[in-house]
Write a protein that binds this ligand. Sequence first.
Ligand code: GAL
Length: 415
Amino acid sequence: MKTTTIAASVALVLGLSTVTAAQAEDVEVLHWWTAGGEAAALDVLKQDLETQGVGWQDMPVAGGGGEAAMTTLRARVTAGNAPTAVQMLGFDITDWANEGVLGNLNSVAAEENWDEVVPTALQAFAKHDGNWISAPVNVHSTNWVWINKAALDEAGGKVPTTWEELVTVLDAMKANGITPLAHGGQPWQDATIFDAVVLSMGNDFYQKSMIDLDMDALSGDEMTEVFNRMEKLRSYVDENFSGRDWNLASSMVIEGSAGMQMMGDWAKGEFVKAEQTPGEDYLCIRFPGTQGSVTFNSDQFAMFGQDDGDSDAQLKMASSIMNPVFQSAFNVVKGSAPARTDVPNDAFDDCGKKAMSDLAEANTANSLFGSMAHGHAAPAAIKNAVYDVVTQHFNGELSSEEAAGELANSIEAVL
Ligand code: GAL
């Protein structure tokens, strides 16, 4: 009897300690990667962590661009129940770091020499006050156009390199009876196109208006022209565009019911998932007039407050994310470029190779800019002001001139 009791107590203690150990080796990951290509990429990370004995508790919050995920994050942190690892973009990371709630990844960063291999543009967000606070998993860029190859051939076959040529192709696609522009009417998607159109007015203009937030640039004639172009693009979307998710718009291009989509290279994850081949089934081009320039965003994972310091699981996750072999495997599926400069491009398709070389070139030529639509040009309050104006104008509630004026006013109000 006594022996049994002891054995039972031992088992209980062992059992409990097993549970504790299992929990210590778990990460709860809040993210918004719920579309086909995104989920496939996330699986690469999940499986990688599994091989290291790190368990995965999934906390998906659907909604492209991550606005809904950030609302959930705020609620969880306020309730004292922060997830351990969170997908985040640019200035959101800085905002949370300023609140002093992010874990410190210095030990693993020093051991693995992150300082040497992560591009400076990403370090600007991944480091705060000299400390590593997040692990960048990729670099996306927003000034891409994804074109159905057969639809382009039927529309004359000429790859557009200027705004005028783009309009010619879109007109031809319209005449051929397809939806020229696959788009989902959601503020972040409207703003993603807006990024590219602003950049098509020149690097200096993007810098002045989106990064420096110069009031003259925000309200002037060039910005009115940007909105005129947005209005023109609006005329090429189908009547069911409102509220459509971005990946459904990608499907329209994949199936050929639409000619093209203007979207960041997470869209390529959908083409990869559908087993389409660049150059044969579809083309990836830079938004006409932005060749040589890149508006980027980088998904990073920040670790949230564990009272007893960062857990092993969090550090293991950070280390896995930065592993060069993982960075290749993950980004091939995600459609993005690696967040390190030393990852070979062999495994990437032609669009992936172009993403990597464009990025390197833009970085040297000073034509690499943070994306406004994806939180890398300005903090959320400003980004949201841009979303509001761009969407109101896209939906016909403001003229182009009014929109330019309103853009400057609403940004000034939150500065
Ligand atoms: C971006 C994010 C991408 C992709 C996209 C659509 O903000 O950086 O990884 O997920 O949203 O959801």
